[in-house]
Design a protein around this ligand. Structure first.
Ligand code: SP5
Ligand code: ZN
Length: 342
């Protein structure tokens, strides 16, 4: 298996996350990358390569141009406005307000383009997001050219990022960028299997009206779990996309047997679809020890997950999403990839 990593993914080094009403040191931290990398090296999972620079075109194939421009200028504008801390939204075009006009100053734009407040923006955020999508593109390009599996150590993660919204620690939707790239290189049916604890609302939104990307997600029930406002089982797609969005919400505490049985259903759907490529949005925050999640995976269960994914027998690219139990994040990722290789 080939691994893609870029040192620039560590350039995002924000100090603050709004968590339980307190500004804390962010769960989504650059050490996550270093720890996963260490374990990948020690376990000799595969050669580690730096991706090339794919530019902005593959990003603009799924994201709104003004949104990307906002991410690029946000921190500069925030500083120019003389704000003391990091850029955090505190007002949104919520249900009774207008969302059809984009404000002109950074405070208003932040709320317009944000879907959550935990994700601060500061120096290096845009650069790390650029590196993260290059990692995803390097990985998917390798799989497209070789049919061999790959792992992209993306950071920041991507699956909460929608066409023109950031949040949930995500800015560019790496999996969506990679899936679109595969389509642009001639693949006709791509599946994205999202196993992160949280629903991949951004990926769902980007492909909701389309039948060329099947989105399948196993996640915590949005009735009680972030991102709360998307991820129910009755969201099945719209128009041409009807039937090509499959959500499997599960309650907090769901045991691994139930989760694995649900994975079997997901993999059946992916095979029935005739996917030519599977992109796995690999969040290891389904681990029991994850500080912000509520599923019950033990480290050994990640080996089983990798084995089940390999049994599907499809070209597969893994892209890193969440996972915040930093002491075990490296082991848990390596276990998935080793299980896949067995
Ligand atoms: C990529 C990814 O995994 N993003 C997750 C973003 C979660 N952000 C907010 C989480 C709020 C968790 N609140 C749970 C409190 C448990 N004490
Ligand atoms: Zn997550």
């Amino acid at each position: 298996m080939r691994i893609f990593h870029s040192d620039a993914t560590r350039l995002r080094q924000v100090r603050t996350e709004l968590h339980d009403g307190v500004l804390v040191s962010p769960f989504e931290c650059p050490e996550r990358v270093s720890l996963v990398l260490d374990h990948l090296r020690r376990a000799e999972v595969g050669e580690i390569h730096a991706p090339r620079d794919y530019g902005l075109a593959p990003v603009l194939a799924v994201h709104d141009r003004d949104y990307v421009a906002f991410l690029e200028s946000c921190w500069r504008e925030w500083q120019a406005a003389g704000r003391e801390g990091e850029a955090i939204p505190n007002i949104w075009p919520a249900r009774t307000l207008r969302a059809d006009r984009i404000p002109e100053t950074v405070c208003g734009k932040l709320g317009y383009y944000a879907l959550a407040a935990e994700t601060s923006i500061a120096e290096g955020t845009f650069e790390a997001a650029l590196a993260s999508k290059d990692v995803a593109l390097g990985a998917v390009e390798y799989t497209l050219e070789s049919n061999e599996p790959s792992f992209g150590l993306c950071r920041p993660p991507g699956h909460h990022a929608a066409v023109d919204q950031f949040g949930g620690y995500c800015f560019f939707n790496n999996a969506a960028v990679a899936a679109q790239y595969a389509l642009d290189k001639g693949r006709r049916r791509v599946a994205i299997l999202d196993v992160d604890f949280h629903h991949g609302n951004g990926t769902q939104q980007i492909f909701y009206g389309r039948d060329d990307v099947l989105f399948v997600s196993l996640h915590g029930d949005p009735a009680v779990t972030f991102p709360y406002y998307l991820g129910y089982a009755d969201e099945t797609g719209v128009g041409a996309g009807e039937g090509f969005n499959i959500n499997y919400p599960m309650p907090p505490g769901t045991n691994v047997d139930t989760w694995m049985q649900t994975l079997d259903q997901a993999l059946h759907a992916i095979k029935r679809y005739g996917a030519e490529l599977v992109i796995v949005s690999l969040g290891v925050d389904i681990f029991e020890g994850d500080p912000i999640s509520a599923f019950t995976f033990q480290s050994a269960d990640f080996i089983t997950l990798g084995q089940r994914l390999a049994e599907a027998g499809l070209p597969t690219t893994f892209l890193m999403e969440g996972g915040y139990a930093v002491d075990e994040i490296g082991l848990n990722v390596v276990n998935v990839l080793k299980g896949f290789q067995q």
